[in-house]
Design a protein around this ligand. Sequence first.
Ligand SMILES: [Zn+2]
Length: 474
Amino acid sequence: MRIFRALNLTLNMRKLFSILFISFGGMQINCAQQDSIMFDRIYHESFYNGQAYDNLRYLTKEIGHRIAGSKKADQAVVWSKGLMEGLGLDKVYLQNVEVPYWDRGPKEKAHIVETGEPLNVLALGGSVATPINGLEAEVIEIELLSDLRKYGEQVRGKIVFINKPWDESMVETGVAYGLNAGQRSRGPGEAAKLGAVAFLFRSLSSSAIDDYPHTGGTRYIDGVDRIPAIAISAVSANRLSERLKENPKAKVYLEQHAAWKDNVPTHNVIGEWIGSEFPEKIITIGGHIDSWDVGEGAHDNGTGTMGTLDALRTLKALGYKPRHTIRLVFYMNEENGVHGSMAYGRYAKDKNEQLIAGIESDAGGFAPRGFDIKASASQVEWMQKHWKPLFEQKFWVSRFLSGSPGVDSGVWGEHFPNTTMFNFRPDPHRYFDLHHTDKDVFEAVDRRELQSGVAAIASLLYLVDQQIDELHKK
Ligand SMILES: [Zn+2]
């Protein structure tokens, strides 16, 4: 690696290199080679000196899960502001956000009444409570919400149980998730309209042998009764389904105590590294700092926040000087309201800011595979030709496809339809085994995979900063 250290070029001077070749120590180096050298330095720095994993340990073990509006979420805000200050960014500040606060209360309980068999359940985010002593009712099991209509009056007084197994055939687990997530959010409202007393939902888990329930957002319909909405583990869902086949009149007991509290003032955390050539043009990078109130919010989304922060640290450690302003944003409340990204978009719009690019990491800290890109077809093609080869051969990062921005970027991007967006895509196979569960803990993250992702993100950030003006001409 000594040769790369010797090549400690002032890399914001790319313009000087734009005449295809430069001469260095008798060697001819073109722009692509220069980028390749920078990639090597970034990967070296990330693997050897990366701090994302250690920072993640603190966030998950010392702070823990951190639902928006909770004391833990505020602790994460204060601590991560300190981290950004420690990086020596030019400006670090908090941005006011008001969030709704939902509190789960004591642990949920559930069992099959006739057999006494326990069921592993977890209230869905935003759910109301059962009566204080729980409720007991017969169950209507369906796969699709649309099947509910044919039951008509029979739904009254029952628990509606959606038991749709995960589509195992999909490598893109995010797509499989998306196929069922709509039923989770619309289910309680639709079931309540027909007089159901509770809504029980088979967890969105990519593992069929998973005995952990997965929480996630749900909602109600205005003017319709609000009924308790509860996720059940895949294994418990299978057990209940078997018992219902043996005895269609079997009853389930449910007890949970969740409640909405008053709105709470909190913050997005923002750090800015001012650009040397175009300080007014801003590249936003980051992810959400809140998590659900289970596990430790490690993959979702400790890795996204600690990873993007470490991408900036990596470039700084290499003596990099950005051409554009790089703004690191930790959004609050992605999980149950997206108020952080809404506020970020509003403030930026009011100030008429030039948000030229967005990079988001919120798909876990597994080995990097690439990026989904929101840009014109010709721009994506140009990146596939010029950027992808740099990542592909040595680093096994090869996905450069048109796609959606992350959730937070998508929200603030509504005010900025022309911003080029990148959504970091790590390997998707195991993410939805852990997502929104007690299993999403620090131990589920691998340091090498995480730092490899940091390097991929830092490399992308470097290319965006160096070449976005060129890209925007395509
Ligand atoms: Zn997330």
